[in-house]
Design a binder for this molecule. Sequence first.
Ligand code: ME8
Length: 522
Amino acid sequence: MGEPYYITTAISYPNGKPHIGHAYEAIAADVIARFHKAMGRDVRLQTGTDEHGLKMAQKARDLDLTPAQLSDQMSQHFIDMCAALNVNYDVFLRTTEPRHHTASQEIWKRMEANGDLYLDRYEGWYSVRDEAYYDESELVEGEGGSKLSPQGTPVEWTVEESWFFRLSKYQDKLLALYTDNPDFIRPEARRNEMIAFVSQGLRDLSVSRTSFDWGVKVPGSDNHVMYVWVDALTNYLTGLGWPEETDAFAKYWPANLHLIGKDIVRFHTIYWPAFLMSANLPVPHQVFGHGFLLNRGQKESKSLGNVTDPIALAERFGVDAVRYFFMREVAFGQDGSWSAEAIVTRCNAELANSYGNLVQRVLSMIFKNMDGKLDTFSSTEADDVLTGFVRYACSVEVTREFAALNFSAGIDAWMRAVFACNAYIDEQAPWTLRKTDPERMRAVLLTLFMAIRDLTIAIAPIVPTAAGKVLDQLGIPAGERGYGALHHAGWYMERVATGEALAQPVGAFPRLELPAEESASA
Ligand code: ME8
């Protein structure tokens, strides 16, 4: 097994069904996990649901359910969403699990033992929707002079006895962490925001509540439950079996990457490392705050009636198309917009017409004109140029960009290689060579066979199902599908030596159609 790589998503509030933002984050995390697996690393992907707090308690009350019933019902939808999107997690963590209460109480005790917790009275603003405290100076004015959080959510004045965490004590340590580890917060814009925020000075943080009881009990202070973010962040440790001294913890902590949305960067890059330092635990290597996904430029909301069910989206367009679109269309880290037409246009142009068609044409010609047989051939300079171009794009450019989480740029490099293959096939015209020079036709088709194998391995983390089907048709063994295989010069001769002929190919990238009413409005 290669070097360990531990990646986590945010754990979602299961106060409703998953939305497109949840799907986007889960897909991105799965792509990153598959990429690192294909690079030979020993990957662990964790996701889950964040089931405590006032937001959950209030929603349950509105629905006449207990918070536990609401959590049970809704977390199942998040599990289903992962299955529908081909998100292959290792751990799905629910914060209501007993082991998570144990872990949260343990981190609490360690912070207390370190002298970082004290009892006082909280007086200030709280947003239930964000589960966040805000300073007066951060609030903005809403309609009719009401006060809103910087995220535009309602805030309420809260006064209660509360435990406090000495966040102020960690200001310099946090700034040193950001300076010493320039990649700790990414992308750069979020890093700058956080540095500016911490530099202004940090106030101690209220970390317990007494006005409701849906949460993890504070050790030794039974009328207090922990502030939901204290337990939520601890999920990243719980999933590794901590505080037991497990092999998983020894191997995977500190996490390589917490992948989260831009709205919760503050919790992950200020509170979380401070809690960890206080508990004397190592901090994660990187927190990446991705952008928000908008529906035709608008936030999805019940009032606009534009809420999309990600499972329905995957059923409609196919899971690979949805994954490809999100990773291709949105520059990772920035906000992006989607629409049914944009998915159809993008996937038809690139996956179906440019790449899928290339695969289908080449494999059919090998099947029909060469009885599906692979063999040695002598290549010309044009063939070698194509082979070198595709190999470089896949093994150097795509891997470099994917490793840096620049998915869109990586797919761009991949598309250039696909275009090069299409230009080559048009130029070489193997359909004409069939009559005039069958030997040359063989060389052209086999050159393309090799290129298709590289292209398919390179794009597999994004479109795992379709890529798997193509690699099956090419007869590439399971152990030869990682990025390392792109550097394995002998693969083609090993493939030839199996003597296995190609069967009649079956298309892996269907053209997508827009339902009539949507094409009319497009
Ligand atoms: O914040 N586009 O949960 P959550 C992209 N429980 N990403 C989006 C999005 C959108 N439109 N809307 C939300 C929470 N997200 C906490 C996390 S972690 C210890 C606790 C992202 O259900 C959001 O940024 O509100 C977050 O990363 C994730 O979805 C879950 O959001």
